[in-house]
Design a protein. Sequence first.
Length: 99
Amino acid sequence: MDKLTPVTSSTNLHAPRTASCTFGPLDDNDEPLFQVRAGVKAETALAQLALLLKCAHESAYELTDNGCGCQGLVWSVVQSVESAQALLDAVLKGAAHNP
């Protein structure tokens, strides 16, 4: 029989994690529609942050290069930047609360 080992090691227990952070438009009750959950590994959040910033960069480049007035592309840039900012804020808050 194989020896059972814990899924998480002691080094992973102290890895930086996100704090909760809301962002984006508000609903009829003034509640935000989007949220970064608390407890996400900082490494995972930062990888997503890099992807969001890449998307925002490519969308902005497309908008300026082609002079397109597409509202969907403009919304994409705004959403990507807001999402990226929320992820960064959540990682920083999480790191401050879990030194």
